[in-house]
Each structure stands twice: as C-alpha cells, then as structure tokens.
Design a protein around this ligand. Sequence first.
Ligand code: AMP
Length: 282
Amino acid sequence: MRIVHCALDLRAAVDAARAAGDSIAFVPTMGNLHAGHHSLLHRAREHAGFVVASVFVNPTQFGPNEDFARYPRTPEADAAGLAAQGCDLLFLPGVDEIYPLGAEAAVRVHVPGVTESLEGAIRPGHFDGVATVVAKLFNLVRPDVAVFGQKDYQQLLVIRRMVRDLAFPLEILAAPIVREANGLAMSSRNQYLDAATRDRAGAIHATLLAMQAAIHAGTMQRDQIEAMACAQLEQAGFLPDYAVLRRADDLSEPVGDERAGLVALIAARSGRTRLIDNLLIR
Ligand code: AMP
C-alpha cells in the first residue's frame, strides 16, 4: 500500500491505476480505524480494482465544544490495518492540503432538508462540514464508487443527496453497521467509555430492537414507542438526545400510522461521550 499526503501524488497514483484499467473505489474516514471501517474497505474491493482510503480528521465538521482536539489520531496503526486489509492507496492529507485558504475561509457545501433535523439540529454546521470535505475529497480522488457506513445514517442520506444534486459522477454504496458482541455499534468514540459503560452501551442496540419489535407488534403509537425507548436508555444510564422513528428515505416524520419504510435512530450521551446508532425496520 502506498501512502500519499498531497493532491498531486494522489492524482498521479489514481491516474496510473485508471490507465492500467482499474476502476476506483474510495473509503473516506477520520481514522482510528476499527472493524467497521475495514468492512467498508471489503465492500469497496468488491466493486473496484483499486481501493483508496483517506484518513482526515476534518475540523469543519466539529462544533466549537466538540471533541476535535481529543479525537483519537492513530495514523501508524491505521496505515498498518489498511495495508493488511488490502487497501491500495492511503491519502493522509494535512489540513492545509484540504483547506489551502484556511478552514474558516473555505467554500461550504450546504445540503438543505435532510440536514435540518436530528444530528443537524443538535450539531449546527456539522453536515456543512461533512458535505464540504466529502465534495473536496471526491474531486481529489475522482472515484467510480465511494462507500459509506449505515452507522451514520443521516450522513449517508446527506451524501447521496449531494451527489445527486451536484451530479458527482460516482455511485454511493452503503455498508451495514458492524457491532461489538454486546450490540454496541463500533465507533472511534467508544474508547472514551470505561469498561462498565461500554458494557451498558449494549442497551442502545437493545433499545433499537425493542422499537422494531413494538412496530411489529402494532399495539403502540409511534410517540409511545419513542417514549419507551427514551425510558429504556435512561434506565441504562444514558441521556437520550433523541430516540425516534422516521421515514428511512428522507428522515421526515411518518404520517399517521405508517409502519413500513421506517428507520429507528438514537443519539445518547454518557458523560461527555455521545453515541449514535440506528436500525432499518424490517
Ligand atoms: P468515521 O471515521 O467515523 O468518520 O467513519 C468513516 C466511515 O466509516 C463512515 O462512512 C462511517 O459511517 C463508517 N463507519 C463507522 N463506524 C462504522 C461501523 N460500526 N459499521 C460500519 N461502518 C462504520
């Protein structure tokens, strides 16, 4: 696996792969890679001869009181893991490479609609930062396909919308959520949790499953299910930001008693750590 730090070297490597007849798959990440990230890489490999990953902790998607400074940065371990997983090229840019005029002065990409609720409401500007950096990375890498995790469900919808609206010439693939044995969705932020909290955090997935079971049973109203979910999270020692049922295609509120095509989404805090998870209701 080759590692490049600047756009010029990235271009040269991608162009060479393309000239050799390979299609290009891209997996953008913020590093501190775990089995969830590696699963995206495998999905990428199914679709392309040349797999590019990026590791960039993007300052513009963190709010002023968020964990940008303490976000875990492990570039050596990330590179070793990616190489072991068969990644062809790792793009490891500095902030100047992505935001040459400074992060504050950068052109911003704003996706309306789907960014306004849930994470977008709680983390103002977060999705502008995400859309901006992903647009920039797409223009630098110019992949045929890019793989995103369903773990960040709203982000996936934001990226799909951006790609469609701005006519990026690539396909977005979604990869399922990879979980710990207790159901906790793998996340770089899990390591902020002590062992006991990590154990208890299995309650988040259990709550999503309970929401799904309640939908299937058909005896509770949607707001009752959401209230039950919040209570269940609180009982496990988590402070829910939200535990909701939304339409899976655009995250709008279901009308009436709609019970198909839904997704259950949770954001919950334990101390300073905020965890998100979701489940597409079958
Ligand atoms: P991050 O490094 O957290 O920005 O995540 C990079 C990509 O990996 C995003 O597309 C995430 O949705 C995806 N991802 C993170 N955690 C998981 C997981 N547990 N399972 C599947 N995909 C994940």
